[in-house]
Write a protein that binds this ligand. Structure first.
Ligand code: FES
Length: 574
């Protein structure tokens, strides 16, 4: 079987000499260049990405598996995206990392690739890049952290941070306890152990079929994650022999399974953006409406924060995603093929649930409807999303007076002003935090509530923006409003005091302003430009698509495949 790497390492003459000779400076013996599959280990390790900081250790276990199976493992770095440190937002750079991954794979003598990812954006970014090349690919995530432990109870990353911050701001939690809780929240390797975006994406990747069964939930420090790495190294070598590529695995059925699973696990709204972008790369037609049609009415089968009580450790010990897939067999396509070469049905047969407080069945759900609802209306002609399971039920049908912030700075300056004319029935509106408005679309949609209302005990209000929300967050939060305000979407035309109606069961978001007044405001509206932006931000501003298209760059949609014939010719002549 002719492999890509043969065009480098099996060449005669100067080109082959150059390719092999320089690799030997790392100690690789001659037999590594005998035509065996070359496996890239694409590593998003970085000390600036704490969730991925142990990935070099995991890479060693992948290498063992590759070597054992007769492959030649070569680890390479790509840009990493640390959710907690990067500014303005990691989402700005998701597409940049996807380019790094795509070009690194295509430009090098690789026959298969293992993607080592974990923190929120690293997972979709690497998959998007790999899909645009489409050589055999398997994903290993960094794994969730162990449960946080604080004052005798379990606490979850993100979700409890939001709660503690509200308590601290309202004066019901001391500063000393607040600081102590941050130490207790992150006590091991791994990503957020709530069902935030990282855990949601890990489960979704498993549901897509791109990860070995059960791999999404294994805690990061658990030795079984290292074994998963070893097995993934074994398996990618066989995938090369079978020519089992993402385009074979990522069928329309795979995406539908992923949407349903994300609903059943109470997964993140960010998954909507990432699945749309991945589908665009691999050529599967996926629409915003698919998330509502397939997921909105799905019951909640997993009792994890932020929608429930437990954390990823308990989810793994209860049986993890294989149990969820089996429990969903009446509504998903278990015949979909996976990286094992077998179907989900074969992979998960006999999966046992060890704790029905954590994973339940479809006829005894923790909530009746857990999925993401897609809204339409004159405020969001191209759609918006809300996660009803995370909202106060009484706010899902709500009419209130808009309090409008035209930027994140404006919000920070005024939200705690005692003179702000706001009450618990008001609707907080934040403009200009969409993909182009605040380049990258930050996770600010779950705006913190005015201090004076927190002190009264208010813990939820209707909030609307064109931004995103952390997967660990909760509340009556309408997100991803499209078109965004920065390109002149109706959200830009909302004024203080306008009445806004949300009817989530009817999927309607309405601005109660007459069309002629909207037209007048539109004529007055002026785009705020970022003309001085340069470099990658310039490329992003010129090419980012809307939230309804997954915010991928229009120039990156689709695939160029693995071929580099023109470069091979040039190399031979050199
Ligand atoms: Fe990395 Fe939450 S901060 S997964």
């Amino acid at each position: 079987m002719r492999l890509r790497s043969h065009d480098w390492f099996l060449q005669s003459g100067q080109a082959g000499f150059k390719a092999r000779s320089r690799m030997k400076n790392q100690g690789s013996p001659q037999q590594m260049f005998d035509g065996r599959p070359v496996i890239g280990i694409c590593n998003t390790w970085s000390e600036l990405t704490p969730c991925n900081a142990h990935l070099r250790i995991l890479a060693e276990h992948v290498k063992r598996g590759v070597l054992e199976a007769g492959g030649f493992p070569l680890e390479f770095p790509v840009m990493s995206l640390g959710e907690t440190l990067m500014r303005p937002t990691t989402m700005l750079y998701r597409n940049l990392v996807s380019m790094d991954v795509e070009e690194s794979i295509r430009a090098n003598p690789l026959d298969g690739v293992v993607l080592l990812v974990g923190c929120d954006k690293t997972t979709p970014a690497a998959i998007m890049g790999a899909c645009s090349v489409d050589i055999p690919t398997i994903v290993v995530t960094s794994g969730p952290m162990l449960n946080g432990k604080f004052q005798g109870r379990d606490i979850g990353a993100g979700t409890d941070k939001w709660r503690f911050t509200d308590d601290w701001r309202s004066g019901s939690m001391s500063t000393a306890d607040y600081i102590e809780s941050e130490t207790c929240m992150s006590r091991s390797d791994g990503h957020c152990m709530t069902m935030g975006t990282a855990s949601s994406m890990a489960c979704v990747v498993e549901a897509l079929g791109l990860m070995l069964p059960g791999g999404g939930a294994i805690p990061a420090p658990d030795a079984r994650r290292r074994r998963l790495c070893h097995y993934s190294g074994n398996r990618i070598v066989k995938m090369v022999a079978e020519d089992l590529k993402p385009s074979t695995i990522l069928s329309r059925a795979a995406f539908e399974n992923a949407i349903i699973v994300n609903a059943a696990i109470g997964g993140s709204t960010n998954v909507v953006l990432h699945l749309l972008a991945i589908a665009g790369r691999i050529g599967v037609e996926l629409q915003l409406e698919d998330f509502d049609r397939l997921g909105a009415d799905m019951p909640l089968l997993v009792n994890l924060k932020p929608a429930g009580e437990y954390l990823m450790e308990e989810f793994y010990y209860a049986g993890g995603l294989p149990v969820v897939l089996q429990n969903l067999k009446s509504v998903i396509d278990l015949d979909a093929i996976t990286v094992t070469g077998a179907s989900h049905a074969a992979n998960t047969e006999g999966a046992v649930c060890y704790d029905d407080e954590v994973i339940t069945t479809i006829d005894k759900p923790f909530q009746e409807r857990a999925g993401i609802a897609v809204l339409r209306g004159n405020l969001c002609p191209d759609g918006a999303v809300i996660k009803p399971s995370a909202a106060t039920p009484s706010l899902l049908r709500h009419r209130g007076r808009a309090i409008v912030f035209n930027s994140l700075d404006d919000f920070h300056q005024r939200i705690d002003d005692p003179a702000l004319d706001v009450d618990e029935n008001s609707v907080l509106v934040l403009q200009n935090v969409g993909p182009k408005g605040f380049p990258g679309m930050p996770e600010v949609g779950n705006m913190s509530l005015p201090r004076k209302l927190l002190e009264k005990g208010v813990r939820d209000m209707l909030r609307i923006s064109d931004g995103r929300m952390s997967g660990t967050a909760y509340g009556a939060v309408v997100l991803h409003v499209a078109p965004e305000s920065a390109v002149g979407g109706p959200l830009a035309l909302v004024r203080e005091g306008d009445m806004i109606e949300l009817d989530a069961p009817a999927r309607r978001l309405h601005l109660d302003v007459p069309p002629e007044e909207m037209e007048r405001r539109r004529r007055e509206w002026e785009a705020s430009t970022l003309d001085d932006a340069r470099g990658y931000t310039r490329i992003f501003l010129d090419h980012a698509q809307g939230a309804d298209r997954g915010v991928d760059l229009d120039i990156l949609v689709g695939a160029s495949g693995p071929g580099l014939e023109y470069a091979t010719d040039a190399q031979v002549k050199s």
